[in-house]
Design a protein around this ligand. Structure first.
Ligand SMILES: NC(=O)c1ccc[n+]([C@@H]2O[C@H](COP(=O)([O-])OP(=O)(O)OC[C@H]3O[C@@H](n4cnc5c(N)ncnc54)[C@H](O)[C@@H]3O)[C@@H](O)[C@H]2O)c1
Length: 340
């Protein structure tokens, strides 16, 4: 029997990646799967060969299982706070899918429950384990870019009826906003690379003229962020764009610049043009392309060595506050100071 048991809430698209990742990890196995329909949970466990997994149709029953130490929340966004609070109160460590909350009140509730329960968390800004992200963090740590003064990270992913989440994702009370539903990956990238606290946000949002995908909230937004160290960031996000998926990273420092997988640095004497480095770009919206197994490996190590993740709920709260401030700024037509 492995050291740690895992319970997963939600049996949709992303849940399969967690089953795979936790089953493959030498310290963990999936022991519970919750669906509103028990047979669906059973079928999912069988399809992914999770042989120690019990199917539940009630969350409370799974939370009562003391052989489960880690709970993964991968239901639609509007359920994350309630389920996260319940799991924290049951003493479970949490893998929280993004967005963790759709408003500040929900975020604070979740933070309070996690602090009170003293459980560990990781928020699935899974691109932090993407090889391009990892290489850029190494360049920054090695001083190749110097101090960043401008940064742009963009999320362009047309999410329409062909996409699994579409039916619930277009609804305001579930999807939230262009940033909350998915563009938060770009917001988190900006926060992670600039590595300074945001102090002010200014944003606009819109619909395309016909709103052909019937979004109940503005599916496009442009957000500017001022950081405490003086850096300025920009996030463009569109979930109704008509194009293949693009996730764009451009970072401008006083010693060099990164433009996706190209770099120019003053530190390399004689460099006369962009150097292209081989890596894996975050150029797909497909969950099978995302490094969930690396995120899971990291979180399991945090639990086993009793340390906090750099991508824990407290850190993700900063990313979420930028998203909330962006929505508020666009709605009220004014800059919004942070923290909220
Ligand atoms: N980090 C990432 O890169 C990434 C990628 C994909 C999805 N996600 C996130 O994961 C979450 C789920 O997305 P998905 O694409 O798997 O969606 P999905 O629609 O495929 O799956 C959602 C699942 O939740 C179930 N569900 C709904 N209400 C429930 C309830 N009350 N109790 C238990 N289960 C319930 C649904 O039946 C479905 O199985 C979303 O928050 C999404 O943002 C994150």
């Amino acid at each position: 029997m492995k050291d740690l048991g895992v319970g997963i809430i939600g049996t949709g698209w992303v849940s399969g990646e967690y089953i795979r990742a936790f089953e493959a990890n030498p310290h963990t196995e999936v022991r519970g799967l919750v669906s509103r329909d028990r047979a669906r949970a059973q079928a999912k466990a069988e399809a992914f060969h999770a042989t120690h997994c019990h199917a539940y149709d009630r969350l409370e029953e799974m939370l009562a299982d003391s052989s489960i130490q880690i709970v993964v929340i991968c239901t639609p966004h509007n359920l994350h706070v309630e389920q996260g609070v319940a799991a924290a109160q049951a003493g479970k460590h949490l893998v929280l899918e993004k967005p963790v909350a759709l408003d500040l009140e929900g975020l604070r509730k979740l933070q309070a429950a996690v602090r009170a329960a003293k459980v560990k968390t990781v928020v699935s800004f899974v691109l932090r384990w993407n090889p391009l992200f990892e290489m850029i963090k190494t360049f920054l740590a090695d001083g190749l870019l110097g101090n960043l003064f401008l940064a742009e990270v963009d999320y362009f992913h047309g999410i329409g009826p062909w996409y699994g989440q579409y039916d619930w994702n277009i609804k305001k009370e579930i999807g939230g906003s262009s940033l909350l539903t998915a563009g938060c990956h770009a917001v988190d990238g900006l926060h992670w690379f600039v590595n300074s606290l945001p102090v002010e946000v200014c944003a606009y949002g819109n619909f395309s003229r016909q709103n052909p995908l019937h979004y109940e909230y503005e599916p496009n937004s442009m957000t500017l962020v001022k950081f405490a160290d003086g850096a300025i960031g920009k996030i463009a996000s569109s979930i109704e764009c008509v194009q293949p998926y693009i996730f764009n990273v451009e970072l401008f420092g006083d010693q060099g610049t990164v433009c996706n997988n190209q770099i120019f640095s003053k530190h390399w004497k004689g460099q006369k043009g962009w150097a292209t480095f081989p890596t894996v770009l975050p150029d797909s919206g497909d969950v099978t392309h995302h490094p969930f197994s690396d995120e899971v490996r990291h979180f399991v190590e945090c639990i086993l060595t009793n340390r906090e993740s750099h991508a824990n709920l407290e850190d993700a709260a900063v990313t979420h506050e930028i998203c909330f401030a962006s929505e508020l700024s666009a709605r009220e037509g004014r800059p919004v100071k942070l923290p909220l």
